[in-house]
Design a protein around this ligand. Structure first.
Ligand SMILES: Cc1cc2nc3c(=O)[nH]c(=O)nc-3n(C[C@H](O)[C@H](O)[C@H](O)COP(=O)(O)OP(=O)(O)OC[C@H]3O[C@@H](n4cnc5c(N)ncnc54)[C@H](O)[C@@H]3O)c2cc1C
Length: 385
């Protein structure tokens, strides 16, 4: 979005064009929501191979941030499953791109934050689905080293993710969740999407409901309730997209809103860097309940500006406390840069140009594939135009 320009909306661009039930290849428009695809094709035994923590995003948005999910270690990024796409450039040419045709433009568009043109149509490979029911195992851990050991041991699981208590310091406590689709024949009969009704928070509180006191109480309670190892059965939607059940969860941060801060650190330096950052966050007594620690697998990202690399990624939400929060981010940025990690553009609203160019090695080359008539506030901050 550019605050001084026009924004292109794709929400009317929401048709399916073709689907082959023998191969699972879907051709659709870029404004189709991931939820539209899942609700339509899960009953036919096909699902999206990679989805983020919400299904309420478009196919175009999923490509433009080359999003990742809880199964990155198995299936990589969304882009890995895109076969081809059509890109409308501002000179009105429509360019067909794939790994074999206009490949450089294809790789610039995966994770290209909308700057290479408007994605019109997309061909995606769906994944055959065994069951919408998952067996989800809960385990607890103490410290980043224990998390790393659990993540390694859990590589055969389809989904892995963990919650951590961001105010528990360097020797962090957390809940590790790993899940597989059920294969039992009784759970395979009628794969149906979950018809979950959304709840709505009726008003925006004047100040954030998330402060040190409420956070400590909530984290204590969540850890106590979930620390006992157990296996439960959950619908795919409940496990994958819990926030989709609350229509406007973000208003809990009050009228000043919140920042998201997500980074990835290569595996060699991940433990030290994450421990240092957790100490800083503890000292600053900032953070929120929504803190996700996850390992990325070794499938290399294809997009020139794609975020994932093999290592650990930590995603945190922070209530906006003004300068106090921005000062903490500056300190965290330094550790990310020293550890040769990077911040996720999808969650960023403040990264400096220097940090961007220092941590995204293909940023300079990416400029060659930009559409000259397309820009955004993010582009102006990161590229200067
Ligand atoms: C609750 C929640 C959980 C999330 N969890 C995850 C997660 O687990 N993993 C993850 O990777 N991300 C996650 N995200 C981030 C989200 O997946 C990305 O921000 C996604 O790109 C949003 O897509 P959108 O359709 O809303 O697009 P927008 O937010 O509108 O746009 C995102 C980008 O896509 C570009 N774009 C959109 N459509 C097109 C098009 N047709 N052509 C060209 N460019 C286009 C825009 O220019 C912009 O740069 C989460 C977000 C939320 C709200």
């Amino acid at each position: 979005m550019a605050s001084d320009g026009q924004t292109i909306l794709t929400d009317h661009y929401r048709y399916f064009h073709a689907f082959d039930p023998a191969t699972g290849i879907l051709e659709c428009e870029s404004g189709v929501l991931l939820k539209d695809i899942q609700d339509t094709f899960i009953p036919q035994g096909w699902m999206l191979p990679v989805t983020p923590g919400t299904q309420l995003i478009s196919v175009g948005g999923a490509i433009a941030n080359d999003i990742h999910g809880k199964n990155h270690h198995v299936r990589g990024n969304f882009g890995h499953h895109v076969i081809s796409l059509e890109l409308l450039r501002s000179d009105l040419n429509v360019i067909h791109c794939s790994r074999y045709e206009n490949a450089a433009l294809f790789f610039a568009t995966l994770g290209g934050i909308g700057l290479t043109g408007l994605i019109l149509r997309v061909k995606i490979q769906l994944l055959a689905l065994q069951s919408v029911l998952l067996d989800v195992e809960y385990l607890n851990f103490r410290g980043v080293a224990e998390f790393i050991a659990l993540a390694k041991q859990s590589e055969p699981w389809e989904y892995t993710v963990s919650w951590i208590d961001c105010l528990s310091g360097k020797n962090v406590r957390g809940i590790f969740m790993r899940a597989n689709h059920q294969t039992r024949s009784e759970s395979n009969t009628h794969p149906t999407p979950l018809n979950n009704k959304t709840k709505k928070i009726p008003f925006t509180p004047a100040i954030s409901c998330i402060n040190t006191l409420s956070l400590k109480a909530f984290n204590h309670l969540y850890y106590q309730v979930n620390k006992t190892p157990r296996v439960i059965q959950q619908h795919l939607y409940q496990f994958q997209y819990p926030l989709d059940a609350i229509e406007n969860w973000n208003v809990l941060y009050g009228q000043k809103g919140f920042y998201q801060y997500q980074y990835v650190i290569p595996m060699q330096s991940a433990q030290d860097a994450i421990e240092d950052m957790l100490e800083l966050i503890y000292a600053a007594q900032q953070g929120s309940f929504l803190v996700v620690l996850k390992s990325f697998g070794d499938l290399a990202s294809e997009g020139m500006l794609s975020f994932p690399m093999q290592g650990l990624t930590l995603a945190l939400d922070f209530p906006n406390l003004g300068q106090k929060t921005l000062t903490l981010f500056k300190q965290l940025d330094q550790i990310v840069a020293q550890a040769k990690g990077r911040l996720y553009l999808a969650k960023d609203a403040r990264m400096s140009r220097d940090l961007f160019f220092a941590t995204y090695p293909h940023a300079e080359a990416f400029k060659n594939y930009r559409d000259p008539a397309i820009s955004s506030d993010m582009s102006k901050r990161l590229f200067g135009y």
